[in-house]
Design a protein around this ligand. Structure first.
Ligand code: GDG
Length: 474
């Protein structure tokens, strides 16, 4: 049943994100799209964002408005220069690597940064006429940090919340990001700022206190330079039952993967956009080390990596693809045989039901990002398991999901040998231990599901209304 404080108070929910999901498409590859599709389905809300298209006259064109059931979707095009500067430029070449601790990959071009702030102003300009008094505006992710500031500048009085899907790095890292001061000030203009984990929230609080002269107040409130915001933790989750049902659909059908002649073949599965944050080369090296150091697994294990393309026009993404493909070839060439291919690497998206069935068929879920806001695949792997004979989750300590999924086998994704020995442990773990770990993990995934994420955000959002502290802050 539809829930959320927005509904109770009859407040309309307005979601703003860089891209709106194509609600008709089967294969969604973004965690954001997957989660928000669920979060909005029960609400009579408005979803506003970029269409994903470019057009030269985008700035002179009105938003395109479509109604899909209970939901209104409004989109604008970007000009080619805007897409280059805002999306491919500042957001994805500067902010994305910086938020994932990769200052070495962060490129900052002044013109890109200017366009990023300008596009946020244009989002606000186009959104303003569609807003109604009392709307609750929920803004998503690092593309739109300046949006509250831009809306308020135009007289918007609605409450505006923000959720960061990526990590918030340690303050020393954030302070090194070009234009960090503008970003910090802009974040403080939201009424609620939501993070995936306690440690992200702490990093932000340390940034506000240490670099913005701010302080922590009672509850989750932070104040700096006359602005007060509620900074809190809302771990994102999945539709557990929905994913489990997709996984079950394959029961009784022939396996999606080739059967081994002697029936003794275990599968390790990975599913990630081909992004440098996901630790794919390290993961492949760990699989290679497993075959090298634990020869008993040769011919009895395979590693299936689904890695759909992402941000392909950027050079670092071309580099990571080349590196991954070289390693796959190296491992298959070195260890494979006429009737055994150790690595099955697929550089394209698959329908969600195929992913779910693959997770269920796999003895090990190998989720080893170098940094990740949450990582939904870790939760999906758990949801897909057979309760009576579950697989084992091998999970990076640096995925936000590790804060909740403590009964997974937690690894350091930079340590190839530790990952190899952990894979051996996972492949040989007795059923009793697998079952005990799975039960706890399944409970945690069910508690922190996508509905809980939405409702807890909405509740905090609603209760930050008329807060006495806001009066004090003025
Ligand atoms: C960002 C943050 C955070 C993947 N390949 C295919 C496919 N997927 C689906 C997965 C999962 C989603 O896409 C990916 O979500 P993740 O959480 O793993 O990662 P990001 O895309 O980096 O998402 C992340 C998330 O936002 C939510 O806040 O958890 O930390 O980086 O659902 O299953 N889906 C289909 N075909 C594919 O080939 N259908």
């Amino acid at each position: 049943e539809p829930v959320g404080a927005a509904e109770k108070d009859n407040k309309r929910l307005v979601v703003v994100s860089n891209r709106v999901a194509n609600l008709n498409a089967k294969a969604q590859t973004g965690g954001l799209a997957v989660a928000l599709g669920d979060a909005l389905s029960a609400s009579q809300g408005l979803w506003f964002g970029w269409s994903g298209e470019t057009s030269v006259d985008a700035k002179a064109t009105m938003p395109k408005i479509e109604t899909k059931g209970d939901l209104t979707v409004a989109t604008i095009d970007l000009t080619p220069e805007e897409m280059e500067g805002y999306y491919l430029g500042y957001a994805n070449r500067c902010l994305w690597p910086s938020l994932h601790y990769r200052l070495d990959l962060a490129l900052c071009n002044e013109e890109h940064a200017n366009i990023y702030f300008e596009v946020n102003a244009r989002f606000a300009e186009n959104l303003m006429p569609m807003l109604e008094p009392g709307d609750m505006i929920w803004v998503h992710d690092y593309h739109l940090i300046p949006l509250a500031e831009e809306l308020k500048r135009r007289g918007c009085t609605s409450r505006i919340g923000f959720f960061l899907h990526t990590p918030f790095p340690s303050p020393e890292i954030f302070a090194a990001v070009p234009h960090q001061k503008r970003l910090g000030d802009a974040l403080m203009r939201f009424d609620v700022v939501g993070f995936q984990t306690q440690s992200d929230r702490e990093n932000f609080a340390r940034y506000v206190c240490g670099f913005m002269n701010g302080e922590e107040l009672a509850g989750d409130l932070l104040t700096a330079q006359g602005q007060t915001t509620n900074a809190a933790v809302f771990p994102i989750g999945i539709d557990v039952g929905g994913f489990a049902n997709l996984a079950k659909q394959g029961d009784g059908l022939p396996s999606l993967l080739p059967e081994a002649p002697d029936g003794d073949m275990k599968t390790i599965i990975g599913v990630d956009r081909l992004d440098y944050t996901k630790g794919l080369p390290e993961r492949l090296r760990a699989f290679e080390a497993l075959l090298e150091q634990y020869p008993q697994h040769r011919r009895h294990v395979r590693f299936v990596q689904i890695a759909p393309p992402t941000r392909e026009t950027l050079p670092v993404y071309q580099d990571i693809r080349r590196e991954v493909e070289r390693l796959v070839g190296q491992i298959n060439g070195r260890f494979g045989d006429l009737n055994w291919q150790p690595v099955i690497y697929l550089h394209r998206p698959f329908p969600q039901d195929v992913l779910a069935r693959l997770c269920r068929e796999s003895a090990v879920g190998m989720i080893t990002p170098l940094r990740d806001g949450m990582n939904l695949v870790a939760k999906e792997y758990i949801a897909a398991q057979r309760p009576e004979d579950p697989g084992v989750l091998v999970l990076s300590r640096f995925a936000g999901a590790a804060e909740q999924l403590r009964e997974a086998l937690l690894i350091n994704p930079h340590d190839v040998n530790e990952m190899a020995s952990t894979l051996d442990r996972a492949l040989t773990m007795p059923r009793q231990e697998r079952w005990a770990r799975y039960n706890r993990l399944r409970q945690r995934v069910e508690t922190y599901d996508v509905t809980n994420w939405r409702d807890s955000f909405m509740q905090t959002f609603a209760s930050s209304d008329d807060d006495p502290v806001n009066v004090f802050a003025k």
